[in-house]
Design a protein around this ligand. Structure first.
Ligand code: ZN
Length: 54
């Protein structure tokens, strides 16, 4: 399995949602953080480029 970039902000631009929707849901199903640049949310701040706690 190849390495993937972990930032959702970038993943989503690369058709990650189409290819890996289930994987994506696992990362965002209980969001604790929001990216203050692009507004995406994630369970873990390491998956976002710029984070604020929700
Ligand atoms: Zn972002």
């Amino acid at each position: 399995m190849k390495d993937k970039p972990k930032k959702l902000c970038k993943l989503v631009k690369k058709d990650f949602l189409k290819d890996d929707l289930k994987e994506y849901v696992k990362l965002v199903n209980k969001p604790q953080y929001i990216c203050d640049k692009c507004g995406r949310v994630a369970n873990d701040k390491k998956n976002l480029c710029s984070t604020e706690e929700i």
